[in-house]
Each structure stands twice: as C-alpha cells, then as structure tokens.
Design a binder for this molecule. Structure first.
Ligand SMILES: *[C@@H]1O[C@H](CO)[C@@H](O)[C@H](O)[C@H]1NC(C)=O
Ligand SMILES: *[C@@H]1O[C@H](CO)[C@@H](O)[C@H](O)[C@H]1NC(C)=O
Ligand SMILES: *[C@@H]1O[C@H](CO)[C@@H](O)[C@H](O)[C@H]1NC(C)=O
Ligand SMILES: *[C@@H]1O[C@H](CO)[C@@H](O)[C@H](O)[C@H]1NC(C)=O
Ligand SMILES: *[C@@H]1O[C@H](CO)[C@@H](O)[C@H](O)[C@H]1NC(C)=O
Ligand SMILES: *[C@@H]1O[C@H](CO)[C@@H](O)[C@H](O)[C@H]1NC(C)=O
Ligand SMILES: *[C@@H]1O[C@H](CO)[C@@H](O)[C@H](O)[C@H]1NC(C)=O
Ligand SMILES: *[C@@H]1O[C@H](CO)[C@@H](O)[C@H](O)[C@H]1NC(C)=O
Ligand SMILES: *[C@@H]1O[C@H](CO)[C@@H](O)[C@H](O)[C@H]1NC(C)=O
Length: 633
C-alpha cells in the first residue's frame, strides 16, 4: 500500500517538474504585472493579455534566458498616470532594468522598490513624482544608472547615494531638492546633473571634476568660482594632441595647487572616454556619419519637445533614448540616407532610417509622414514611427528577416543558395504593383512613392511583394542626386526636374520588372569605369532580336514560363519608355501584371508560338559588353 502511495507521490513529483519546466511563464511576476495593469490608468494600450505568454508577447517585458523571471520592464511614454499601486511592481524582485520615464506618474517614490535588490538601471524621469527621495540607497547595491530628473522630488539628497559602488550616472535635474550636496565620492560616476533644484552650500570636492552646468540653477556658494560651462566635445573627436598637451599643463596645475583647470581637463578627458565607451553599439551621430558606421551615438541635441511619434496601431514601446542606445547595424546607404537595423533591448528589431537633406519644414514633414503612416495595405510595409528635430530626422519601420528583394536576387550567389524562382518573382511583381497602385490613390491621388527599387521591396506574409520607404522624395525637393547603385531606377526626366511623379514611379517599377527578369542590377558595371543602365542594355538586346538572352540564366531551367517572361518583359519595356506621358498608368500596369498568370492558365504554353525566341545559354560577359554601347557588336 505504502509502495503504491510512494509511486503515486513520485509520479506527481515528476509530473510537477515536467509541468514546471514546460510552462516557463513566470507565474508570480505575471500576476504582479497584471495587478499593476489593473490598478493604474494609461492612455496608450498595452498588449498584455492574461492568456498569452508574458515573456514573448507582452509589450515592454523582458525575461531572463530560462524565462523564469521578469528582468526588465520598459514602459516609456505610455501615458501612465496616477500613483504606482503598492505591492505590484515591487514584487518583481529579479528586475534589473525599470523604465517608466516620460509618463505622468504621481505620488511619492514607491517604498516597495526597495525590494528590487538587483536593480541596475532605474529611469523615472519626466514624471510627476513628489515627496522625498528614499533614505537608504544602499539597498540597490547594483545600481548603475539612476535618473529621477524632471519630477517634483523635494527634501535633501540622501548621503546614502554615495554608498552605490557601481553608479555611473546620477541625474536629479529639475526637481525641488534642497539642502547641501552630500559628498558623493564614487570613482565610477561619469554623468551627473543636479541643475535646476534648490540646493545650497558648496560643491563638495569630490564633485568638482564636473562642469558647472551640472550645478546651475541652484543657490550654491562656489558656483561663481567655477569655470564657465564647458563646450562638450563631440563624441567623435578623438583625444587630440592638443588635449594631451593640456593634460600636461593640467598636471602642472594640480602640482601647483590643484587649480581649477585640472578638474576641467580631467572632466573633459572623462567625457571623451565615456563617450567612446558609449559608442560601442548604437546609431552613430551626425558627426560620426563619415567614419566607420557601426559605431554608437548619444544624441546631444535631443530636444525635449521632439518625441518619437508612433502610429495608432503600433504596439512597440520604446522611445528615442532606447533607439539610440540600441545596437545598430548598417543595412544600406541610399539616396535619402542611411538605413540601420536596430535591435532594441527588449528583443524587438526595427529598421531606422536616418534621413539626410530634408528640405521641408517640420509641419510639412509631419503632414507627409502622417499620410504615409496611415496607410495600411497588404502590399505596403507600414511606417511605425517618425522623429523630427532640427538635427535629426528618423523613420522607423518593420524589419524583414529574409531581407529585401535586392538581397534575394543579387545576394544569393554562394553555393547551396537557390536563386529566386519564377513564381516568387511573379508574386513580387504583382505585390509591388498592388502596393504602388494603392499608394497612387492616397492623399487625393497625390502621393508618390519616389524611391522604388528592389532594396525597398520585401516579401509579405503571403510571399507577395510589399513596398516600403514611401513618400520620402517629396521631403527632399529637389531630390538629391542618386547614389550610383540606384541611378538606374531613376526616370530620365527626373534627372533634370529632380521631382518624382506617378510617371517616374511607373518607370522605376518597369526597371524593377527588368531586374526580376534579367537578374541583373539596374546599373551594370561594364569593365573599367564604364557603367550601363539596365534599361539601355535590355533595349539594345531586344532590338537586335536576341530577346532570349535578356533572361536570367537561373530562370531558364523552369519549363513553360517563356510566354510569361516575354509578357512581363513587354510590360517592363512599356513602363520605361522615355516620354513620361507615353507610360501606362500604374493601375493599368497592375492589371497587365496580374493578367500574366491569368492568360496562361487558359492557354498553356509552348515556345513554338514564339519562334523568334531561341533559348540558349548566353554568355554574360558577352551580353554585358554588348550593352556598353547602344548598338551591340
Ligand atoms: C489590483 O487589481 C486587481 C484586480 O482588480 C486586484 O485583485 C488587486 O488586489 C489590486 N491590487 C492592488 C495592489 O491594488
Ligand atoms: C486575450 O487573448 C484571448 C485569446 O488569445 C482573446 O480571446 C482575448 O480577447 C484577449 N483579450 C484581450 C483583452 O485582448
Ligand atoms: C504571440 O504573438 C504572436 C504575434 O505577435 C502570435 O503569432 C503568437 O501566437 C502569440 N503567442 C501567444 C502564446 O499568444
Ligand atoms: C540577482 O541577480 C543574481 C545574479 O544575476 C541572481 O543570481 C539572483 O538570483 C538575482 N536575485 C533575484 C532575487 O532574482
Ligand atoms: C549585482 O550584479 C552582479 C552581476 O552583475 C551579480 O552577480 C550580483 O549578484 C548582483 N548583486 C546583487 C546584490 O544583486
Ligand atoms: C536622464 O533623463 C534626462 C531627461 O530625459 C536625459 O536628458 C538624460 O540624458 C538622462 N540621463 C541618463 C543617464 O539616462
Ligand atoms: C527645468 O527647470 C528650470 C528652472 O526651474 C525651468 O525653467 C524649466 O522650465 C524646467 N524644465 C522643464 C522641462 O520642466
Ligand atoms: C527654495 O528654497 C527657498 C528657501 O530656502 C524657498 O523660499 C523657495 O520656495 C524654494 N524654491 C523651490 C522651487 O523649492
Ligand atoms: C545639466 O542640465 C541642464 C539643464 O537642466 C543643462 O543645461 C546642462 O547642460 C546639463 N549638464 C550636463 C553636463 O549634462
């Protein structure tokens, strides 16, 4: 009997362990988050649903690697207001990163945050917190970044802050803190701002290494004795010979009696060093654009009034600071700017485009992007957010894991990679045509894509083409000259007028069709410095009645597609005629492209009906050379 019990007991044990290990959701953390959600108000919706996995599907929530605990919570700018309900977030005891910045949270500093002993970064800035700061900071032994700026905290700065051995950034600016500044002797501290409070007394020796701007807007005694605000060096500037020289004189200065200059220089060097360290992963600043690209930025010119503007249905939760902090990888450099893949800390990946040469003002910029951002269509890649400030204009859109059509067509040369088959190319053409046709109906029929090229086309979930990067050409008028690689897409009349139109979109789409058919880039290097545009090459080959030679060799192994290819070729050539007025309208192009397959299902093919087409394997070199002049030899 007891044996049976024992067996049942151990079976339960095993079963329980299995249950625990398969259901990885951290149940208690989830409940704490739900309790938090039910008891606060917020104006932007969160995708928190009790029946979905907290680790995979909840906005702003990040779990540890075995998904047993929630370790980061980022809810910036979600319009959360009111006080934080007690005993909710305080239960997330494994939390390392907590960001509630840029909301309207009121009330005092939540007492139960003292239970978050693993907290490393705490961002509560730009809220409406009030009352005193917590007395004992030593409970957060691992704290590295503490940002409580732009709130209404009162009372003294607790001396226990100086017990935080790993603190690197302390930001208390724009509160109502009073009393003397404690002696915060933390060697690791690299960023400090105590400005715009009601602090009194002297600046302690330990903090004299910081520039006076971090103490401004207080009633400090020594303020006038400090040197005037430092011009912060741009992060890209490498420590130059000059600063080396300076540091020698600084040493001299210190030797001579610790004169102020020494502290200035040390601060300067520390800023340089810190910025350098910070540069290891995000988007580069404007000043760094010219140098190697995968470096990092901290935007110095962040204007408080300029926020990332999200479109309604977007469940992304991050702000500009997250974006700039994200590790970034350059995806491409185009006519309109540089495109980055940005991996945010919460595992979301987005594409950020940093626009250059925007010529329109803020209002026009916003109007245009509101038009673009409101488009939701199966064949149009949605714009998620944008940002405008004097120095920086960004767009945020989806990242496509499998890459662009350009990468699929031209990037798969390696062994083992199968070239794009005809079905896929046809679906890309149909999808892109649907997307562009839809775009041409927007904004009262005035919206122009302006930058159609294979690197701006992706596959949607149905495997059809889906266009992105819409309407940016309008923001840059006259359009900047194209980079070499994309010059082949630009309609001839645009070279003079520098203005994109529906007709020039049709031209670019035609080039895309030719690219899909030939597998060649729109600008073909023809040996030496010479380049030849795809349109010219295709025209010349077709004129010499070598039609079959234009097609991608990789397509020739598919049976019974010749007619479809020839039809697409004819549509493509109709789109790229020189005179804009003679090009078909996009909706007619769409109909023709959709008819390619429809026609053929009715009367299935034979190459005999096209006697002029002889399928042979062309030698690509000969073909390219043949294209360098308009009349091939
Ligand atoms: C929050 O709301 C839930 C559901 O309404 C409730 O069960 C819970 O007790 C509340 N928690 C707090 C801390 O108020
Ligand atoms: C949560 O998800 C379930 C099933 O996935 C769905 O039926 C329910 O409507 C969702 N609830 C909310 C509030 O979105
Ligand atoms: C999580 O969300 C994705 C799409 O965002 C969905 O495909 C998946 O089914 C969701 N998972 C759960 C457990 O709800
Ligand atoms: C805090 O972090 C350490 C190291 O990552 C971990 O071992 C510990 O379990 C964490 N504490 C809690 C309460 O999760
Ligand atoms: C602080 O973080 C380190 C790892 O970064 C961890 O090992 C340690 O347990 C943490 N300390 C506390 C008090 O949580
Ligand atoms: C703290 O927040 C302010 C206001 O958003 C910001 O300017 C500052 O860079 C932040 N500091 C840190 C270290 O995050
Ligand atoms: C910061 O404080 C200064 C001085 O009190 C004030 O002029 C300024 O408007 C404050 N800034 C913000 C964003 O609250
Ligand atoms: C600053 O302190 C003085 C007196 O010490 C007080 O009169 C004043 O109201 C305080 N200002 C703020 C913004 O707290
Ligand atoms: C500190 O903040 C004030 C505004 O609150 C700003 O003017 C100053 O430049 C900041 N100093 C540093 C070093 O960030």
């Amino acid at each position: 009997m007891s044996m049976v019990l024992k067996f049942i007991f151990s079976a339960f044990l095993v079963f329980g362990v299995v249950l625990l290990s398969t259901n990885a959701d951290p149940v208690e953390d989830k409940q704490a988050l739900l309790d938090f959600l039910y008891n606060i108000s917020h104006s932007r919706s969160l995708t928190w649903n009790a029946s979905t996995s907290v680790c995979n599907n909840w906005t702003g929530v990040t779990c540890n690697s075995d998904q047993s605990r929630v370790v980061a919570l980022r809810l910036p700018g979600l319009g959360i207001h009111g006080p934080i309900p007690p005993n909710t977030l305080g239960r997330l005891s494994a939390l390392e990163i907590l960001s509630l910045r840029s909301n309207s949270i009121s009330g005092s500093f939540p007492a139960d945050f003292s239970r978050l002993k693993n907290l490393s970064m705490l961002y509560l800035q730009s809220n409406k917190f009030s009352g005193p700061l917590p007395w004992d900071f030593s409970v957060w032994n691992n704290l590295t970044i503490l940002n409580l700026s732009y709130n209404g905290f009162t009372g003294n700065i607790p001396p226990s802050i100086s017990n935080l051995p790993h603190l690197t950034a302390l930001n208390l600016e724009n509160n109502s803190l009073s009393g003397a500044i404690p002696d915060i002797n933390i060697p690791s501290l690299q960023q400090l701002n105590l400005s715009n409070n009601n602090l009194t007394g002297p600046v302690p020796k330990s903090l004299e290494r910081f520039p006076s701007s971090v103490f401004s807007g207080n009633h400090l005694l020594s303020e006038t004795a400090l040197p005037p605000a430092l011009p912060v060096q741009p992060p890209s500037a490498p420590p130059s010979k000059k600063s080396k020289k300076l540091s020698e004189s600084a040493i001299l200065g210190i030797v001579l009696g610790g004169c102020v200059l020494g502290f200035v220089v040390i601060a300067l060097l520390m800023i340089c060093r810190y910025s350098k360290k910070e540069r290891e992963g995000g988007l580069p600043t404007k000043s760094q654009k010219k140098e190697a690209s995968s470096e990092k930025k901290i935007s110095e010119s962040q204007d408080k009034n300029n926020r990332l503007v999200f479109f309604e249905d977007t469940s992304l939760a991050f702000d500009l600071e997250d974006l700039l902090r994200a590790s970034a990888e350059v995806l491409g450099k185009g006519t309109f700017g540089i495109t980055y893949k940005a991996a945010l800390e919460d595992a979301t990946t987005v594409v950020v485009k940093r626009l250059k040469e925007v010529t329109v003002g803020k209002k026009e910029f916003e109007q245009q992007l509101e038009v673009v951002g409101s488009i939701r269509h199966l064949n149009v890649s949605p714009l998620r957010a944008y940002y405008y400030s004097k120095d920086e204009k960004l767009t945020v859109s989806d990242y496509y894991e499998q890459g662009s059509v350009s990468a699929m067509l031209h990037g798969r040369k390696g062994e083992g990679q199968t070239p794009l088959n005809w079905e896929t190319r046809l679906r890309i053409a149909i999808g892109a045509a649907r997307g562009i046709t839809h775009i041409h109906t927007q904004n009262g029929g005035k919206l122009v894509h302006g930058n159609i090229k294979s690197s701006n086309i992706f596959l949607n979930s149905q495997g059809y083409g889906c266009v992105s990067d819409i309407g940016l050409a309008t923001l840059m008028s006259p359009m900047p000259p194209p980079v070499m690689r994309t010059a082949g897409y630009r309609a001839p009349e645009v070279t003079d007028s520098r203005k994109a139109t529906h007709a020039s979109d049709v031209y670019s789409y035609g080039v895309l069709l030719l690219e899909l058919l030939t597998g060649k880039s729109p600008t073909i290097a023809a040996g030496g410095d010479e380049v030849v545009h795809l349109v010219r090459w295709v025209n010349s080959v077709v004129r010499e009645e070598w039609t079959a030679e234009v097609f991608d060799v990789a397509l020739l192994r598919h049976a019974n597609i010749e007619e479809e290819m020839v039809e697409m070729l004819q549509i493509g050539l109709a789109c790229v005629v020189r005179v804009p007025e003679q090009r078909p309208k996009m909706r007619d192009v769409l109909k023709m492209v959709e008819d390619i397959r429809r026609d053929n299902t009715e009367n299935r093919p034979s190459s005999e009906t096209n006697p002029e087409i002889v399928f042979s394997t062309p030698t690509p070199e000969a073909a390219v050379v043949g294209g360098t002049s308009s009349a091939p030899q």
